[in-house]
Design a protein around this ligand. Structure first.
Ligand code: ASP
Ligand code: MG
Length: 450
């Protein structure tokens, strides 16, 4: 079971976690930092605090966690847990002092500092469950280890090595009747250095841990009901989806649904683990189930998601369509500049790349250096949004695209880039940012009514 920061706001939410897990016989918990803590650590790292500032930040970090502890335990127990929190915060502040004195902040040190939110929250959750009479054991993901590649900010888990190393330890704890509480969000690259799994990466951690122990199911507890038929900020009438395939959940997560970390599906799929998204405030709602089933619904389309703040780079290449390697050649420049390509389409004369607005200048700069390399012209377009239509059977059912684009054209909105055919369960296209809301409602309305 994964509990995110939104389920870790205060002592009453920790009590709720305790009562949820109390009925589970064999269960591993994977937890995020207490709500807001990762952001506050980020602020402390980038804020160039003075020595006094570091001391007072560390004190407040300790106080948030020890304050919660005192609601659950007392006496000797409270003292022991408080010492542990203070010891961990002590390490944290020594590292932050190191950054201050050396004036040097590497990706590696940043990852290490950011991992402390989860190290602390895991202790609080475990102490609360212990105090309720159920024995726990805390596992720090780097010691476990949850192994990743060398990417310090957005690490990719190494599934099989993690299963080999971490699986037996967790299973042993379960056999001893303990409830393991594992820190989310980070792992280690195998040299013993902490790597992060990306912001909101605890979903991904939990999926990796589920894979490592061969779990039958993974429950992601949240403060929302599950996947919806559209983003409710745009479409207030959006409804809960009861079941999705792995592919559908991946596409939706990648293209805008903020329900699950985009990488969380892969380990679960690899291990054939059912994922259930559930709302901690509505324990009787079933939420959304994600499985290997490829169920089609009558209307085929299950959800329409969107991403804002994108931009298009159009690269005109002479004779591009006739040369081998043109796409990899051009996209290589953008990729090596550290820009993630969200989507791409090609024609004989031009390749169009969809990128985050914030990456646009970097992408263009990377290409400008190469004007003599077959690139004739570069055009950019800002204020672009992407809409993604998802549903098993999309790729093989007649008339769905016609319905989507009829709905869009009826409200007079123009479609920019379009990409279909790669996934059998999804396709996407762009519209202007200022048309996004009406386009979302038009397409959602065509399939789900108003
Ligand atoms: N605490 C981390 C973050 O805020 C990871 C997570 O919440 O899943 O990004
Ligand atoms: Mg978070």
């Amino acid at each position: 079971m994964k509990f995110g920061g939104s389920c870790l706001r205060d002592t009453s939410s920790v009590s709720r976690i305790r009562s949820i897990v109390s009925v589970e016989r064999r269960c591993i918990l994977v937890v995020s930092a207490i709500s807001g803590v990762t952001d506050s650590i980020m602020g402390a790292i980038t804020g160039r605090l003075s020595e006094k500032g570091i001391e007072s930040f560390s004190r407040s970090l300790a106080a948030i966690h020890t304050g919660m502890l005192s609601e659950f335990c007392s006496g000797e127990q409270l003292r022991r847990h408080t010492d542990e929190i203070n010891r961990i915060v002590g390490s944290f502040s020594r590292i932050l002092f190191g950054v201050y004195y050396t004036g040097e902040l590497t990706q590696r040190t940043k990852a290490l500092l950011l991992s402390f939110g989860e190290r602390l929250s895991a202790r609080v959750v475990a102490a609360a469950i212990d105090a309720g009479g159920r024995r726990t054991r805390v596992f720090d993901a780097d010691a476990l280890p949850l192994l990743t590649d060398n990417n310090y900010e957005n690490g990719n888990a190494l599934l099989k090595p993690t299963r080999r190393k971490a699986g037996p330890k967790l299973k042993k704890a379960l056999e001893e009747g303990l409830m393991p509480v594992v820190t989310g969000f980070f792992g280690t690259n195998g040299d013993g250095h902490v790597t992060l799994l990306g912001r909101n990466g605890t979903d991904y951690s939990a999926s990796v841990i589920a894979y490592a122990v061969g779990a039958g199911r993974l429950v992601i507890w949240k403060d929302v009901d599950g996947f919806l038929t559209a983003d409710p900020d745009f479409v207030p009438s959006a409804k809960l989806i009861s079941e999705l395939s792995y592919d559908e959940a991946s596409e939706l997560s990648y293209f805008g649904a903020n329900v699950l970390h985009p990488k969380a599906v892969e380990p679960a799929e690899e291990g054939n683990i059912r994922i259930r998204i559930r709302n901690m405030d509505k324990p009787f709602s079933d939420g959304t189930l994600v499985t290997s089933g490829r169920k089609k619904t009558a209307g085929i389309v299950k959800s329409v998601s969107c991403l804002k703040n994108l931009a298009i780079v159009r690269v005109y290449v002479s004779g591009g369509g006739f040369q081998s390697g043109t796409i990899s050649h051009i996209s290589g420049f953008i990729g090596r500049a550290g820009v993630n390509i969200m989507s791409a389409t090609t024609s004989q004369t031009c390749i169009a790349f969809l990128v985050q607005s914030s990456d646009l200048d970097m992408a263009v700069a990377a290409l400008r250096d190469r004007t003599n390399n077959g690139i004739e012209k570069i055009e950019t377009e800002r204020q672009v949004a992407l809409m993604c239509v998802v549903g098993e059977g999309l790729g093989t059912t007649r008339g769905i695209a016609a319905r989507v684009f009829t709905a869009i054209s009826k409200i007079g909105v123009n479609v920019g880039m379009m990409s279909a055919g790669a996934s059998r369960a999804a396709y996407h296209f762009t519209v202007k940012m200022n048309a996004l809301k009406s386009a979302m409602n038009a397409v959602h309305g065509a399939f789900f009514g108003d």
